[in-house]
Design a protein around this ligand. Structure first.
Ligand SMILES: [Zn+2]
Length: 135
């Protein structure tokens, strides 16, 4: 088990609201008011019907490991962090997001594992979303 670094994300006009909410422990998704598609990642228009009428709501933070890999040799700021897990987690709301599974033995991670979201403060006015095992 290792502690992962918390490099600050690149904040743009499209994702500024999303990243600001992470500082409050909130993970925001968007829903299209025209076709009901749940949109991930943050953007100005629906990727299904191209309308710009998206509303924002807070995700539950519950998910399931869809796929993962164990990184055994990290690079750059992650060079001292291996082994650690990079995973796609399928949120309860549907979207699959790339993330880390933390606070557990990387060898214990498996597809279908129930996880819940946690936030790691970057010190730059936002936080990184990661997941921990959840029974
Ligand atoms: Zn739509």
């Amino acid at each position: 088990m290792s502690t992962l670094p918390t490099p600050a994300p690149t904040v743009t006009t499209s994702n500024a609201t999303f990243w600001a909410a992470t500082a409050e422990g909130k993970f925001l998704l968007q829903r299209c008011s025209s076709c009901s598609t749940i949109v991930w990642f943050p953007r100005a228009h629906c990727p299904t019907c191209w309308t710009e009428t998206l509303s924002t709501f807070e995700a539950s933070g519950s998910g399931t490991v869809y796929s993962f890999t164990i990184v055994r040799k990290g690079r750059n700021v992650y060079s001292e962090s291996a082994p650690f897990v990079i995973a796609y987690v399928e949120l309860a709301e549907g979207p699959r997001i790339m993330t880390n599974i933390v606070d557990c033995d990387p060898e214990s991670v498996h597809i279908g594992m129930k996880v819940r979201m946690v936030f790691h403060d970057t010190g730059q006015g936002n936080a990184l979303y990661r997941f921990v095992p959840h029974s």
